[in-house]
Design a protein around this ligand. Structure first.
Ligand SMILES: NC(=O)c1ccc[n+]([C@@H]2O[C@H](COP(=O)([O-])OP(=O)(O)OC[C@H]3O[C@@H](n4cnc5c(N)ncnc54)[C@H](O)[C@@H]3O)[C@@H](O)[C@H]2O)c1
Length: 248
């Protein structure tokens, strides 16, 4: 039996994870950490990691970057593996993650869907085949409550395309005020509205032809299932930083 601690348990993804874990015989939820400590599921919820009073075999974090520091300190000290599924991390957060991964197993991805992880490989292949003459623009669409923009997935897609060009292109978020000829860039455009789960479109616009590769998530369940799979896989792994490439 694996004791799971869920950071962000009272959020939308936390709810999906609680529902999925209830059907999983290998998983027992030890509790959650959430800024909102309301008791939605009859499970212990702590406001932060300083107050956590339970044993955990693994953490899954679907909260926000603001939870990261205390969480990684707690996990590294106890050698508890952590699956980081939140998005919006900055350079400082990435350094904290790299440091913690020297002491415990850490898994991070901005997107747990198999389809998106295939799309990441396909856009790289498309960029290699089509070359610099095709302009690449990424359009991502999410619900009106999403905290960060652009999405972590859009950034992963942009980085994958950029890898085909030796990371030589600038990643440009929106194009407000950027007048004149298009530069050596990959454009990202964030649309927010309603309850859109997650849409990502990568457009390669060439002379007289356009190729579009796209993915549409129809429910958040797919992300919860991926995170749970990663958590089981991570238990018992040595310290290090792991990604979807390792899992798949
Ligand atoms: N990796 C993936 O596949 C994937 C998929 C979906 C969502 N996400 C990401 O997961 C995160 C959560 O998404 P959501 O839709 O459930 O959001 P949400 O706003 O519904 O839930 C976030 C929860 O985290 C809590 N929280 C925020 N900051 C906290 C902190 N410092 N300490 C403790 N709790 C804190 C909030 O109170 C809330 O209950 C986002 O970053 C989102 O982009 C990742």
């Amino acid at each position: 039996m694996i004791d799971l601690l869920i950071t962000g348990i009272n959020g939308k993804m936390g709810g999906n994870l609680v529902a999925l874990s209830a059907e999983d015989k290998e998983i027992r939820i030890a509790g959650g950490v959430d800024a909102d400590v309301s008791d939605k599921y009859g499970l212990p919820v702590w406001k932060n990691f300083r107050s956590v009073d339970a044993h955990a075999d693994v953490i899954i974090d679907f909260s926000s970057p603001s939870a990261l520091e205390g969480e990684l300190e707690w996990a590294a000290e106890r050698k508890v593996p952590a699956v980081l599924a939140a998005t919006g991390y900055d350079e400082r957060h990435l350094e904290l993650i790299a440091d913690a991964a020297k002491k415990t197993a850490v898994f991070r991805t901005a997107n747990f869907s198999l389809g998106i992880n295939l799309l990441i490989k396909l856009v790289r292949q498309a960029a290699e085949t089509l070359g610099e003459k095709f302009d690449v623009e990424i359009i991502e669409k999410h619900h009106n409550l999403k905290a960060d923009a652009p999405s972590g997935t859009a950034l992963m897609l942009a980085e994958s395309v950029n890898g085909a060009f030796g990371d030589g292109k600038r990643i440009m978020n929106g194009r407000a005020g950027a007048v004149g000829k298009r530069g050596n860039e990959i454009g990202i455009h964030a649309v927010r509205g309603g309850t859109i789960v997650g849409e990502h479109e990568v457009m390669f616009a060439g002379e007289d032809e356009i190729i579009t590769l796209a993915h549409s998530a129809r429910s958040k369940k797919v992300f919860a299932a991926g995170a749970l799979k990663a958590a089981k896989w991570l238990c018992g792994k040595p310290a290090g930083l792991y990604s979807m490439d390792d899992l798949l």
